[in-house]
Write a protein that binds this ligand. Structure first.
Ligand code: U2P
Length: 231
């Protein structure tokens, strides 16, 4: 009898612990932070793949959203997390105008942008389904762009898209001073072998609304002085 009671007691403890474990893992995200990535269109168009303006016309001379990407602290990232998820245009019909303005596609052949947004949702957004549904994912990403006006920050520091070269350090410092956080910077190389300002990475906590210090930064292959092409 004594043995039985002790067995039942142990079983209850194990069951209790597993319930606690399940609950804890449910409330935790499956990733550590987001990269919020913006692209300079003038540099995208100078890369080997060249570019096509979307059907709605030439995008504004501004950084465009590339994506909001769940990431791990070790620099790796999950992708295509939900094979059952489909991209549903109707969920974002009232966001399309803002997406065309702030998240324009430049890939060829010219298109409206749904291909790009669908790709970003399926590859990255589905890895944050514990935080956002599809509509919330696009809404949150657009809000982040409104929070940090990179072009204005750079212009305030005398750094403008005029085909001139700027010290990578001064670009980084300007963004750090204005936002409080050091960004990641990626460059591309154009046909004349110029290193160009290509993408800016900022980090966001797992609820997708506040910028944070990046736990890890992508290794940028930028020269010490980079071109900021006109667009
Ligand atoms: O850098 C080339 C492409 O790899 C994907 N990428 C890169 C770094 C990272 O942290 N997460 C990530 O997804 C991007 O792929 P895309 O979203 O364009 O398919 C990036 O363009």
């Amino acid at each position: 009898m004594k043995h039985h009671l002790s067995f039942i007691f142990k079983l209850l403890i194990i069951l209790n612990l597993s319930v606690v474990c399940l609950c804890a893992s449910e409330s935790e995200e499956e990733f550590d932070f987001f990269y919020f990535v913006q692209t300079w269109p003038g540099s995208y168009c100078d890369t080997k793949h060249s570019c096509c303006y979307p059907k709605t016309g030439k995008p504004a001379s501004d950084f465009g959203i590339h994506g909001l990407w769940p990431n791990y602290k070790d620099g790796s990232y999950p992708s295509n997390c939900d094979p059952d998820s489909v991209f549903d245009k109707t969920q974002i019909s009232d966001l399309v105008k803002s997406l065309q303005k702030s998240w324009p596609t430049l890939s060829c052949p010219s298109n409206e942008g749904f291909k790009f947004w669908s790709h970003e949702w399926i590859k990255h957004g589905t890895c944050a389904e514990s935080v956002f549904d599809q509509r919330e994912y696009f809404e949150a990403t657009l809000k982040l762009k409104e929070k940090v006006n990179l072009l204005q920050i750079l212009k305030n520091a005398g750094i403008k898209p005029d085909d001139e070269f700027y010290e990578l350090e001064s670009i980084r410092d300007a963004i750090e001073e204005a936002t409080g956080f050091t960004p990641g910077i990626q460059c591309n190389v154009d046909s004349s072998r110029n290193s160009q300002l290509y993408e800016i990475y900022m980090c966001v906590e797992t609820s997708g609304s506040e910028f944070i210090k990046c736990p890890v930064l992508p290794k940028g292959r930028c020269a010490s002085s980079v071109q900021f092409p006109k667009f």
